[in-house]
Write a protein that binds this ligand. Structure first.
Ligand SMILES: Cc1cc2nc3c(=O)[nH]c(=O)nc-3n(C[C@H](O)[C@H](O)[C@H](O)COP(=O)(O)O)c2cc1C
Length: 221
């Protein structure tokens, strides 16, 4: 770890002070609150991929892994993303459906963190979404054994070419059997807004038992 380009204490000195926008009133329904923050992030020109979220899973060996995925729907009481059902994350979810999602909107001094249970979307829902994807992404889904070791970049390119020949642009590409969605049904949704002096606002919605009601609590930053 010698010869890093960062000077001594340079990383430690990276900090900025946060703004004055307080988090006082949020709607009773956390999905409404989330929708409003997502819209603001989406319309903010300096936020790239407002719908990108960090998904954490716990695998059978108790290893936590994280990666970004794209939020594609908010419906039926949950947050949906699409992926490969043979991937590392899918294996982890199969063993333990408890997951967390994080939306890090740093440019807005905000984050939303969600924990909940992942369940597969219906085949019909996955097929419907797959059919709306651009052709190249559809072909990519056939070409990739997501998370499996890959000998070379050429192998991936060849698999892509093979799939592209089988289903040329303009033809209907079927949804691969190993591809589909997960819907994360939240148990907790926490909204974080940066404030001055590190006195940030945190409001957390928690499900009350098995009911559809939510309790809202404020927590020390
Ligand atoms: C901004 C961004 C968005 C991504 N969106 C997705 C996605 O929606 N679905 C997906 O399977 N992978 C997506 N990926 C790739 C994943 O982060 C990850 O590399 C891949 O799913 C393999 O993860 P796994 O091996 O842990 O299963 C995205 C990556 C980035 C950086």
């Amino acid at each position: 770890m010698d010869n890093l380009s960062f000077g001594r204490d340079e990383i430690a000195a990276m900090r900025r002070s946060y703004g004055e926008q307080g988090l006082t009133a949020l709607p009773e329904d956390p999905f409404r609150a989330f929708e409003s923050w997502l819209r603001q992030a989406h319309e903010n020109p300096i936020i790239v991929e407002a719908n990108a979220m960090v998904l954490s899973t716990l695998d059978v060996d108790s290893h936590i892994t994280t990666r970004s995925v794209l939020l594609k729907d908010i419906s039926q009481g949950g947050f949906t993303f699409y992926t490969n059902y043979s991937s590392r994350k899918a294996h982890a979810i199969e063993m333990n459906p408890q997951v967390s999602l994080l939306f890090p909107w740093y440019a807005m001094e905000r984050q939303v963190s969600i924990s909940g249970t992942a369940e597969k979307t219906s085949i019909q829902e996955s097929h419907e979404y797959f059919s709306k994807r651009p052709w190249a992404s559809q072909i990519g889904a056939w070409a990739s054994h997501q998370s499996a070791p890959l000998a070379s970049r050429e192998e991936l390119d060849q698999r892509y070419e093979g799939a592209a020949q089988k289903w040329p642009e303009g033809s209907t590409v079927p949804c691969p059997p190993h591809w589909g969605g997960y819907r994360v049904i939240p148990l907790q949704i926490e909204f974080w807004q940066g404030r001055h002096s590190r006195l940030h606002d945190r409001l957390r919605y928690e499900r009350v038992g098995a009911t559809a009601d939510w309790e809202i609590g404020r927590y020390y930053p």
